[in-house]
Design a protein around this ligand. Structure first.
Ligand code: NAP
Length: 371
């Protein structure tokens, strides 16, 4: 099902940060448990019309949560997908509350020049999340690095053509910060740190290389072209998958919960965050007019061994691996004070895995005996 864009520029009053942003702040001060209730209360009504936001890669794991949150807070969402006619990939989006009234799906591909022009034209905000999150293949530079970097520039060129644009929020990654060998393990990483692209190449960490180069390219392009850019750098996402087919990240988590060590072994130490918090963080930095620069988003940083010992204690009937081989990598932590200063409160590791396990059972990936 393809819905065509009907630009409605009268639908926006001023930067959303002023009145609505304050409400988000209030909602956050209630704590995340009440956020859904609060955002529903703030949902669409005649007096408070929200703007139009383009979400790239809308059917993905994270982007689906973004679309859900944007719709529930009253925005019009223009989602880009590679194949809007693929019912299996987009059906979950059409089931979201508000989708029938305020969601439009448009075909766009990162590797086609000008492909995002139609989707982005008339939008005040662009949330660029589309990027390959796939296992390394025979040609990782062509399949992972190139679409991430060139795709980001392609999206930004469309943004430049759009006179209604106010802000671009780019989904980057905490892996653009922590791949280094020259840091003090006693000082937590913050947004001032950049991963070493040389180290990424040397160790063939293609995903981190792709995200680091893409974010750097975005900053350079936006600075040169005076585009208001804010980036969100999420840690590893945990939580329910809205798409019924699991993406690479969600499949790795399912593997771990079923006793596999293969995909988590190389993670070593990792930051984790609830997927809903990442969606919320994007909206938060979009709506706070004063938000500038990069925002690291992570709830808890743990070693693999700590993670499996927590998981085994919490879900004793799941066949969680007992331990991982030590990787002899330096300790690190994350400093997320910048995002928290906007009012962000992160869900705990218990909440993220409880929600994740419950949804995997509900979707039939884990037997209900595990609930
Ligand atoms: N997963 C994590 O733990 C994590 C952590 C930090 C940051 N992130 C970032 O979050 C974003 C979303 O990741 P995700 O975990 O939600 O993965 P995902 O479900 O695989 O989503 C990736 C999206 O990118 C789209 N995409 C890939 N190549 C494309 C191309 N050539 N043209 C158009 N679209 C393309 C995919 O579209 P199709 O649906 O058409 O395949 C998909 O919607 C990415 O930027 C990722 O780097 C993820």
């Amino acid at each position: 099902m393809i819905h065509l864009i009907k630009p409605n520029t009268s639908a926006t009053k001023g930067f959303i940060g002023s009145s609505f942003g304050n409400k988000i702040g209030t909602a956050l001060s209630f704590g995340n448990a009440n956020f859904e209730q609060e955002i529903r209360r703030m949902g669409p009504n005649e007096e408070e019309v929200k703007g139009r936001i383009c979400v790239t890669g809308a059917a993905g794991y994270l982007a689906s949560w973004l679309v859900k949150r944007l719709l529930s807070s009253g925005y019009h969402v223009i989602g880009t997908v590679r194949d809007p006619g693929n019912e299996k990939k987009v059906a979950h989006l059409w089931k979201l509350e508000g989708a029938k009234e305020r969601l439009t799906l448009v075909k766009a591909d990162l590797m086609e020049n000008g492909s995002f022009d139609d989707a982005i034209m008339g939008c005040q905000g662009v949330f660029h999340t589309a990027s390959p999150v796939i296992k390394p293949s025979s040609d990782p530079k062509a399949e992972i690095v190139k679409p991430a970097v060139e795709g980001t520039l392609n999206v930004l060129r469309s943004c430049k053509k759009n006179p209604d644009l106010r802000r671009v929020v780019l989904t980057s990654s905490s892996s653009t910060i922590r791949i280094r060998d020259d840091f003090d393990p006693n000082v937590p990483f913050d947004e001032s740190s950049w991963s070493s692209t040389e180290l990424c190449e040397m160790h063939q960490i293609w995903y981190s290389l792709s995200k680091t180069l893409a974010e750097k390219a975005a900053w350079e392009y936006c600075n040169e072209n005076k585009i208001d850019l804010v980036t969100v750098l999420p840690a590893f996402l945990i939580g329910p998958s809205l798409p019924p087919d699991l993406c690479s990240t969600a499949s790795d988590v399912l593997g771990l919960l079923k006793g596999e060590t293969k995909d988590f072994q190389w993670h070593g130490r990792m930051g984790y965050i609830h997927i809903d918090d990442v969606a919320l963080a994007h909206i938060l930095v979009y709506e706070h007019e004063s938000a500038k620069g990069r925002f690291l988003a992570s709830s808890t940083v743990v070693d693999n061994d700590e993670l499996v010992s927590f998981l085994s204690a919490r879900y004793p009937s799941l066949p969680i691996p007992k331990r991982f081989e030590p990787l002899n990598r330096p300790h690190y932590d994350f400093d997320t004070a910048k995002l928290e200063s906007l009012g962000m409160k992160f869900k705990s590791i218990q909440e993220m895995f409880d929600d994740c396990v419950a949804s995997l059972v509900e979707q039939g990936y884990l037997p209900s005996v595990y609930l």
